[in-house]
Design a protein around this ligand. Sequence first.
Ligand code: TXA
Ligand code: MG
Length: 340
Amino acid sequence: PGTRIIHAQDDDMKSAVREAAALLASGEIVAVPTETVYGLAADAFNAEAVAKVYEAKERPSFDPLIVHIASARQLEDVATIPAEVEPTLRKLMAAFWPGPLTFVLPKTDRIPDLVTSGHPTVAVRQSAHKVFRGIGKELGRPIAAPSANRFGRISPTSASAVMKELDGRIPLIVDAGACRDGLESTIIRVEPGEKRPEIHILRPGPVTKKELQNFGRVIVEKKRLIDAPEAPGQLASHYAPRTPLLMFDKPEDFQPEPGKRYGLLSYKEDPKAGYLKLHDWAVVEALSPGSGKLPEAAVRLFHVMRVLDEAGLDFIVAEPVSDTGLGQAIMDRLRRASTD
Ligand code: TXA
Ligand code: MG
């Protein structure tokens, strides 16, 4: 059975939203756009539908999904708000929702254990994407949606990338063009702390450490799920191309093997940059050609990784970007994609 793509821009939006919501209501799974990456959606209250998500992605059942709410009112159906951090949570939600910020909160009984992989907590966000919001409102129920890639592979930021990952495994892809942010949401857990509330970043993303610092003391966690050592954050390879990807602290550390084809994943393809002159690259792809802008680099990262992965290379060499602001999320994804 083939996978259909329908367009959801301008005049096509209403009918696409209705068709996607109807499929979800019938217990099917659908790939949908969000402002971060494309997600593979299921009715979050329907465990059988959620099981199809794990199956299509070949995702191990110990890796929990994110639940997306369509309105602030739906939050209480999904999660409870701990009283001791309620003021901080409310402020963060008011500042960043709808948007690319995900909260880990105690789950309600309505959320099936499969969604949270048996954890007592659930990851929740409200997407800002017009089409996604329309589908959520039409469905009238929260949507469980991980990124629409096969497990451990590059997240899709376009409908064609979803097609490459999941063709024949899902009935429908809703195409609304390229994603605005291009990186998965920032995931946080808020704790009371001693003097100020603590905001633990479990996954860096479009909402940066600096933006969160206005609301509490920010701690960047090495582990993503503290009580589950086998959780995805600790898996060596995540968001990975099939071609081995190498990263070096210093350009001098690069020692090419003779006869191998190397492609460079450059930040801005600056002719003065050390990396560009380092080797006779088979292919060079820049994240932010010429200008070196982090938001553009973030939007293009997974697309460029995919292009290089399809270029028949022996190795991809990634030039590091500055580890500040949005650069922290980009570096996180590059490190997780790298082979060492
Ligand atoms: O931007 C995004 O977050 C996208 C779009 C589709 O919303 N979704 C996404 O989902 O990136 P996924 O499944 O690829 O990543 C979800 C991450 C996983 O690494 C999972 O470990 C973590 O969220 N997660 C889910 N539930 C959690 C929980 N209860 N505690 C801690 N981490 C959790
Ligand atoms: Mg993912």
